[in-house]
Ligand binder design. Structure first.
Ligand SMILES: Cc1cc2nc3c(=O)[nH]c(=O)nc-3n(C[C@H](O)[C@H](O)[C@H](O)COP(=O)(O)OP(=O)(O)OC[C@H]3O[C@@H](n4cnc5c(N)ncnc54)[C@H](O)[C@@H]3O)c2cc1C
Length: 422
């Protein structure tokens, strides 16, 4: 376990009634550090705890667009994100012979590649670096017990340490343990019929600055994308029963994955080798979190812990950063935490519901099992601009190239509220 934390960010004291209110955020990925930035800026005393011994820097390309881009600009990190661009120039759909069926350059209105395209790990590092001097970070520990009284939350950590906080936020991602501890049960998970694996593999001659998408038989999609470190980011997504790969350790996951993609053609042999040697494999069911409430007393949830929309929706970063910004802003201007939590939910929930809505036909149309289904999909893909392709790209890019705003972010820096009085 180690700690970091001093002070340098300009602080806007909006929480006049609640100065130095002590807040614990659990989870140091995207939602947690974004929330920490804004809470510190509004004058709160913030600690972030992360279960892993260090930042978890794995993952594929993610986009900073829509509300996430607006918030990155407000935070002054947009140029840092741009500087770490993944270098991807667009997306090519290929067949089993690696022939291009259709290509969508980054500049095209239908591309999946965004202006601020960055590796997930690079964004996590930027957010951490931007906050680590002002916020106390604790790595390698986690919350194991929460006791709420009327005025505070007593927290027991896995390390045996105890502390008291005014509020606790879980930003622990889809499987959040603190959420379940505080709420007394798990929220509803909507399984989408797919499992997905992300890993980094060595670059090969067939890789270029184009991302490649290949539909293999038996409902498998391989995607290979360039990164800015001279390696290739791979994803393998496939149809599976919900509990088919449950409770497997990493070695067992690797074995099961290799078995699932054996004989899938294209560059599957290379992927099998990559899986065997991988040191950053992330393997998950693709499920949405549907929580009917986001707070209980002094504990509140945000990011994937509250509303995971899945990578299929292309909205993970938009939602995580928007939720963090709104939660912090509402806490800065409300008189009581219940009021802030209520407003946070009122603003975010319609946006979450919109992002979680997937078109009918998922996963069957995008992940066809039969050769006939693949041939049909490939035929559609060849007709660039055809409705099915437009629909597919909009789906995976989060419909982001359109300028229309999906959520209006409130302007908290100019709010005139008198702040929390409790
Ligand atoms: C390693 C990793 C790789 C990912 N790769 C991709 C990807 O390639 N593409 C994609 O679209 N999405 C990916 N995601 C998910 C993506 O980060 C989220 O969908 C989104 O950005 C919302 O982030 P979040 O901060 O809410 O949650 P997450 O990003 O899931 O982060 C949750 C954080 O909380 C920590 N944590 C969990 N439990 C506890 C606990 N009990 N106590 C303390 N800390 C805890 C985790 O270690 C993690 O750092 C990945 C997530 C992780 C953790």
């Amino acid at each position: 376990m180690h700690f970091t934390g001093v002070s340098h960010l300009p602080v806007i004291k909006l929480n006049y009634g609640m100065k130095n209110k002590k807040i614990l955020i659990s989870g140091a990925s995207i939602a947690g550090p974004t929330l920490a930035y804004w809470l510190h800026k509004y004058g709160f005393n913030v600690t972030v705890i992360e279960r892993s011994p260090g930042l978890r820097l794995g993952g594929q390309n993610i986009d900073v667009k829509g509300p996430a881009k607006e918030i990155a600009l407000k935070m002054g990190i947009a140029e840092k994100i741009r500087a770490l661009n993944t270098t991807e120039v667009g997306l090519r759909f290929v067949n089993s012979q690696n022939q291009t069926l259709a290509e969508f350059p980054a500049e095209s209105s239908m591309s999946m590649t965004q202006e601020l395209e960055i590796l997930r790990g690079d964004l996590v590092k930027i957010l951490y670096d931007h906050t680590s001097e002002d916020v106390r970070y604790i790595f390698g520990d986690r919350i194991i017990r929460l006791d709420q009284t009327e005025d505070e939350v007593e927290v027991l950590f896995g390390s045996g340490k105890k502390d008291k906080f005014d509020l606790v936020v879980s930003a622990e991602g889809i499987g959040s343990g603190t959420r379940d501890l505080a709420f007394g049960s798990r929220p509803c998970y909507k399984y989408l019929g797919l499992h997905t694996a992300y890993l980094t593999i060595p670059k090969k001659i067939t890789d270029s600055r184009w991302a490649r998408w290949y539909n293999a038989p038996k409902g498998i999609v391989f995607m290979l994308r360039p990164d800015n470190y001279g390696e290739t980011r791979a994803s393998v997504t496939f149809l599976a029963e919900e509990n088919e790969y449950r409770d497997l350790d990493e070695q067992a996951q690797k074995k099961a994955l290799i078995k699932r993609i054996q004989g899938a053609g294209w560059e599957s042999e290379r992927l099998i080798e990559g899986i065997g040697e991988s040191r950053d494999l992330y393997f998950e069911r693709v499920s949405q979190v549907k929580a009917d409430r986001w707070s209980k007393g002094r504990v509140v949830i945000t990011g994937d812990a509250a509303w995971c929309a899945t990578p299929i929706a292309g909205k993970g970063t938009d939602l995580a950063m928007a939720g963090a910004y709104i939660l912090a802003g509402e806490l800065s201007k409300a008189e009581h935490h219940e009021e802030a939590f209520g407003n946070y939910e009122k603003i975010m929930r319609p946006y979450v519901e919109k992002c979680q809505k997937l078109p009918p036909g998922i996963p069957g149309i995008v992940y066809p099992e039969s050769k006939w289904g693949i041939a049909l999909l490939n035929q559609c893909i060849r007709v660039a601009g055809s409705k099915p392709v437009e629909w597919l790209l909009k789906l995976f890019s989060g419909n982001s190239k359109e300028d229309k705003k999906e959520i209006m972010l409130p302007d908290y820096e100019n709010n005139t509220a008198s702040g929390m009085k409790e």
